[in-house]
Design a protein around this ligand. Structure first.
Ligand code: UDP
Ligand code: MG
Length: 317
């Protein structure tokens, strides 16, 4: 098998037929042995039925159906686990990632790279808020991690089997795949593309899912927030100490200590705020620690046509 195409699916009934046609149009001229791996991540529309129809006509179509919605990053992880291609492409189902870029990605990989990621030159049809928060997130992340996670890229990319093998050794529960791939190392490069608007349907990435992904990215690859909490603790303690000296001075030396309400409120609110933020940051890390200690399977497959996964038993990975 030369090439696997991993496609996470969450309510994509409007896009699956067009996506399949466009992928065929691109892949067939490449004259490779390839497979599609559709991961149905708990869709509530006709996505699974459409995928099963494709699988019935085309033996290159593999799929796994999750028992519920586990999230985009977990769906991609399952795709990586089930894929057998020497090269593996990760692509969104909504045609925001142009399938037409795949031959270029593949050609670049053959030049001796292990990862070729697709970098967004432009991004159409996203709200100003999403563009701004995404831009800020990638810049902050780049600044506080010691691995270089490329800015302005999603998961659209091609990786070699070597990289897939490395990823399979990374057991963390909170997946941030683009960070993991950066962490793996090897020779990596990129191609630029213009990201188009979603072809049909609506985004499956709610703001809460985006915030979770951002926190997984930061906590998975940086201790900077913990350090910031410690440093702000020292700074605030330093200021409090000075204020304390001033208070003692007012009480015992200058004797001017009547009207204290405003300063009391300000310092209590400020200290309370800083403490809560610090506890919250620590909590984010502890939550992830406990998720990893529990060692639950990352996902449950309820149905699949992938031969390596036993069809009768519900298989957990
Ligand atoms: N997706 C998924 N599970 C989810 C949310 C999204 O598998 O819980 C898939 C979705 O079907 C698509 C890809 O992940 O193929 C990217 O999602 P989307 O286009 O909604 O994200 P956006 O482009 O808006 O960031
Ligand atoms: Mg999209």
């Amino acid at each position: 098998m030369d090439l696997s195409i991993i496609i996470p699916i969450y309510n994509e009934e409007a896009n699956i037929p067009a996506l399949y046609q466009r992928l065929l149009g691109v892949l067939n001229p490449m004259e490779l042995a390839y497979e599609f791996i559709f991961i149905n991540d708990g869709s509530r529309d006709r996505s699974l039925a459409l995928i099963q129809e494709l699988a019935a006509q085309d033996s290159r179509v593999r799929y796994a159906d999750f028992s519920r919605n586990f999230g985009h990053q977990i769906a991609v992880t399952a795709g990586l686990d089930l894929s057998i291609g020497e090269a593996v492409v990760i692509i969104d189902a909504d045609l925001q990632d142009p399938p037409e870029l795949i031959p270029d990605l593949y050609a670049k990989l053959q030049e001796g790279y292990e990862v070729v990621y697709a970098k967004r030159r432009t991004r159409q049809g996203e709200s100003a808020a999403k563009l701004l928060t995404a831009k800020m997130f990638y810049r902050i992340l780049a600044n506080i991690t010691h691995i270089s996670i490329p800015v302005d890229t999603g998961d659209f990319r091609i990786v070699s089997r070597k990289v897939v093998r490395a990823l399979k050794q990374m057991p963390e529960q909170n997946k941030f795949i683009r960070g993991q791939i950066a962490w793996v190392g090897y020779r990596q490069t990129y191609l630029e593309y213009d990201r188009s608007v979603r072809a049909g349907g609506a985004t499956g990435y709610t703001y809460s899912k985006m915030i979770r992904l951002a926190l997984d990215g930061i906590t998975g690859f940086s201790d900077a927030p913990l350090r910031a909490a410690t440093i702000s603790g020292f700074v605030v303690s330093g200021i409090s100490f000075l204020v304390m000296l001033y208070t003692l001075y007012s009480r015992f030396v200058s004797g001017d200590y009547e009207h204290g309400w405003a300063s009391l409120m300000v310092s209590i609110l400020f200290l309370g705020g800083v403490q809560l933020i610090a506890i919250g940051i620590i909590g984010e890390y502890i939550a992830r620690l406990s998720a990893n200690v529990r060692q639950r399977p990352l996902y449950i497959i309820s149905d699949t046509n992938v031969p390596s996964v036993l069809p009768e038993t519900e298989t957990a990975h």
